[in-house]
Each structure stands twice: as C-alpha cells, then as structure tokens.
Design a protein around this ligand. Structure first.
Ligand code: SAH
Length: 214
C-alpha cells in the first residue's frame, strides 16, 4: 500500500480536526501530518484511517485515537534525542509519532502477534525503534533510566517500577483508572524521591494487563 496525495489531503483535514479539539503543539501536529496512519490499520478499517477515532487492530486491542495520541505526546514534551520508553506498542502508530519527533524509542508489547507485526513493519517505512515482547509493567531496567515514559494502556495505578526507571527531570504520561475510564496523569520526577503528579482529563484506553500473552 502506498501513501498518495489523497492520503496527504485526508491527513491535512485530520490535523485540522485535532487542532480544533485544542492541540496547539505544532511539532506534534506536524508529526500527525507526516505519519501515514492508513498503513497501520487492519485491512477492514483502512478506509477510516483518517477519522479521529480508535479502531481494532486484532488481539482485542486498538490503535489509539489521533487526538489522544497528540494529547499524550504533547504532555510528554518530547525533545530530539530523548530516550523514550513506550509501554503498549500496539500498531506502532504512536511509536512512529515519537520517532518523527526525533526520539530514541524503546517500545514494549505483551501481545506477541502485535509485537512481531510492528517490529517488522515500522522499519519498512523508515522508523527505527527498539522493540520488545514482554510485560511493560516491569519497564526495561537494562535500558533505564529514560527521559520519558509513555504508557498507552489504562493502568490501575502508577507502577513503582516505571517511576524508578525515570531520569531526574524526566516525565511519564500514563492513563490511570479503572476499566471504564482513566485520568491522564503526568508524573514529573523532580528528585530521587520527589514526584510531581498532575491530572489532565478523562480518557478511555484498553487496560494495561500484567504478564505477557502467548
Ligand atoms: N500505542 C498503540 C496503542 C495500542 S492499545 C497504538 O498507537 O496503536 C495498548 C496496547 O498496550 C495494546 O496493544 C496492549 O496489548 C498493550 N499492553 C497492555 N498491557 C501491556 C503490558 N503490561 N505490557 C506491554 N503492553 C501492554
């Protein structure tokens, strides 16, 4: 599948829609414009790729809504060369957005099928990230600390192990709540034992599950 002028036009409209919903971060909007979301969709849903909605990607999971991706990415304050840990690779769409922003991305997925698909697909469209199959609750201690940690599934609480893998001055963005909805939470590590936690509205994510599937 290719990326055509028609797709670019649809993406321009999507960017406008996301902007109208309150995202003003031009770097994030530019990344949304650049990443060909239709290439990340399951075949049955390709025609909806530029709707601002979440869609199924198999294994009972979803590709996040572009507005949500933009919102989380903006809160994360990704700078060039930032070392970012993403928990919940899914389709790899959010991974590609982080790569567009110049981040060095480490991403973990607990569904083997999704992990394999994203790992083999992203490099074919020019996005280099490091992919892991495993339980993101554990983070990736051997690669820690991270400048940024982004969790793209809803967690019951902020995992202590992830907090511990955040650099001083680092930021984690994580949706926290029960299965019905979660509060977008931003954790800024101000010192060894000092964390500033702020809340940024309600969202609905698929759950962050413990362990890995087979
Ligand atoms: N960022 C993705 C969103 C996918 S939905 C995208 O843009 O497509 C969230 C993903 O988190 C799902 O694929 C789910 O399998 C994964 N997930 C849930 N719990 C996890 C865990 N403990 N470790 C790693 N991935 C997890």
């Amino acid at each position: 599948m290719t990326d055509t002028y028609r797709h670019k036009g649809l993406r321009r409209n999507l960017v406008q829609e996301v902007r109208n919903k309150g995202i003003e971060d031009e770097r994030v909007l530019e990344a949304i414009f650049k990443v060909p979301r239709h290439l990340f969709m399951d075949t049955g849903f390709v025609k909806y790729a530029y709707k601002d909605q979440a869609f199924p990607i198999g294994c009972g999971q979803t590709i996040s809504q572009p507005f949500t991706v933009a919102f989380q990415t903006h809160l994360l304050e990704v700078k060039k060369h930032c070392k970012v840990l993403e928990v919940g690779t899914g389709s790899g769409y959010q991974t590609a957005i982080l790569c567009e922003l110049g981040a060095k991305v480490y991403t973990i997925e607990r569904q083997r099928e999704l992990y394999i698909k994203a790992q083999s697909f992203l490099p074919t469209i020019g996005y280099k990230a490091t992919f892991f199959y495993g339980d993101g609750y554990e983070g990736k201690p051997s690669y820690a600390p991270f400048d940024r940690i982004l969790v793209t599934a809803g967690a019951a609480e902020i995992p202590e192990k992830l907090k511990a893998q955040l650099k001083e001055g680092g930021i984690m963005v994580i949706p926290v709540g029960d299965s019905s909805s979660q509060v977008m939470t931003r954790v800024l590590r101000k010192g060894e034992d000092e964390f500033e936690v702020t809340e940024h509205g309600r969202f609905v994510f698929v759950p962050l599950l413990k362990g890995k599937s087979v």
